[in-house]
Design a protein. Structure first.
Length: 202
């Protein structure tokens, strides 16, 4: 009688393989030159339970590799609180960075406010202020977020810097407030509060 070959899968990731119940650590399994496991891809055609959310839950099953079927289902279990909080904080960072990259509108044009753009805006605003103080003409051709060339004089360059600072500070403060709320829920072991938490920026 041939031995059965199973894979233990958590959230579609193989954590180990078993043959007739004898476990083989996943790091000891045969791999190709690129480091991929030498086995056929897993194709689990089962719907996740109602209410399952990958950010908050783990779901494990044992997969029969030869038969290509689920052999035994495990119960959905909540992720640990700190793990959930970390995932939510990472999502906040991603949304924050995307909003800064998408930028803001000033004087009819859209400008980015990521770290590199903010440094360039601030540097040129200082040059514009110096030019004004010395009664020297200032003019700069700027490529906006929509790849349009915009000519900025000293006043508009300084105004752009002010607008960028207000926009950037607002997004960063909102992100910080979201993280503080996540930390408070995690410290209170409020799993339901974390699950229900909505990350929204205005």
């Amino acid at each position: 009688m041939s031995k059965k070959h199973y894979a233990v899968v958590v959230n579609n990731t193989v954590i180990r393989e078993e043959i007739a119940g004898f476990e083989t650590p996943v790091d000891e399994l045969p791999r190709d030159e690129a480091g991929a496991l030498l086995r056929r891809p897993l194709t689990v055609d089962e719907n996740f339970p109602e209410g399952y959310d990958d950010d908050f839950d783990t779901l494990a099953w044992v997969y029969d590799i030869e038969a290509e079927s689920v052999h035994r289902r495990y119960k959905v279990a909540p992720r640990d609180i700190e793990g959930v909080a970390a995932r939510l904080k990472t999502r906040i960072d991603t949304i924050r960075d995307q909003m800064l990259a998408n930028g803001f509108t000033y004087d009819g044009h859209r400008y980015q406010a990521d770290a590199a753009s903010m440094t360039r805006i601030n540097t040129n605003a200082i040059k514009a202020m110096q030019a004004q103080a010395n009664a020297v003409e200032f003019s700069l051709a700027w490529i906006d977020a929509d790849n349009q060339s915009v000519t900025l004089d000293a006043s508009t360059m300084i105004g752009l810097n002010d607008a960028a600072s207000v926009f950037s500070d607002n997004i960063i403060k909102q992100a910080r407030a979201h993280k503080d709320a996540i930390i408070a829920l995690a410290n209170a072991d409020d799993a339901q509060g974390l699950r229900a938490y909505v990350i929204a920026f205005s």
